[in-house]
Design a protein around this ligand. Structure first.
Ligand code: SAM
Length: 255
């Protein structure tokens, strides 16, 4: 991974090897309860850009549902894992490996009906300039009327409860987005500028880490507004509206 992503943020082999159990592919689908498919059908989506392929969970599902999916992953370890998973699932991934901030080097404007950035991914970028450039690039590759679907973890809960959480009291339903019961993630360092997540595979004791930027309440919505989407709908754990007890927020942003 290049650019000014912090080195600790690198997706290590350990992390990637436990990611599928961390997500629990089946439970992610149960948790979203056809949210994606319903959005896609309402908005007449055919061409999908999955900006953060990861281990392939969402791209492989959407390919099986008949969508024309292009999947982007810049981390070689994640990419290899996704290709391995796609082979097992008998689908063929269409791959790009571009930094979100430089999509214009390869992708013409108005190429897709939808861009998805799921699994709390924008949080890999630490400064507003990079976050905004990424959102602008996503908007650029959408056709008029196309949508960006992006999610974020409820970091405000983590920031507001940092002492309790660091003492071991981390409240997380585990029903949405990251749902595995054998691999658990919890914050082990919390500050306003960075949160270090520790992922533990309870079966092996293996650990992986990610250092992420904690969006404050309203911060991502503000970035989306600055990107000048025509409209932005907010969901909390896939239900319309803003619920401060949610684990994750989703935004559907129309160009
Ligand atoms: C938390 S993972 C999420 C993966 C997947 N969407 C999921 O839900 O499991 C975030 C992914 O974003 C990718 N990523 C981070 N920064 C990026 C950048 N600047 N450009 C492109 N991809 C990036 C990483 O390689 C990583 O695979």
């Amino acid at each position: 991974m290049n650019g000014d992503l912090v080195p600790e943020n690198y997706n290590s082999q350990n992390l990637v090897s436990m990611w599928r159990e961390f997500i629990d592919w089946e439970k992610r689908r149960a948790g979203e309860d056809n949210f994606l498919i319903n959005q896609f059908h309402t908005r007449k989506v055919k061409k999908v850009f999955d900006a953060s392929l990861g281990d392939g969970c969402d791209s492989i599902y959407l390919l099986k549902q008949g969508f024309d999916v292009t999947s982007n992953e810049i981390d070689k370890i994640f990419l290899d894992k996704a290709l391995e998973n796609a082979k097992v699932e008998n689908v063929e991934l269409k791959i790009l490996s571009l930094d979100w901030r430089k999509l214009d080097t390869k992708i013409p404007a108005e190429s897709f009906d939808v861009v998805i950035l799921l699994g709390n991914s924008l949080t890999y970028l630490f400064n507003e300039k990079d976050q905004l450039e990424t959102l602008r690039q996503f908007k650029r590759i959408l056709r008029n009327g196309g949508v960006l679907i992006i999610d974020e973890r409820n970091y405000q809960y983590i920031l507001d409860n940092r002492e309790k959480i660091l003492q071991g009291d981390f409240q997380y339903s585990g029903k949405y987005v990251y749902c595995g019961d054998k691999v658990h993630g919890k914050p082990v360092e919390i500050s306003d500028s960075r949160v270090k997540m520790e992922y533990t595979d309870e079966r092996t004791g293996k650990k992986g880490y990610l250092v992420l930027y904690p969006f404050k309440r309203g911060e991502m919505k503000n970035l989306l507004a600055k990107t000048e989407f025509a409209s932005i709908e907010e969901y909390s754990d896939y239900k319309v509206g803003e619920n401060h007890n949610a684990d994750f927020y989703q935004y559907v942003c129309v160009k």
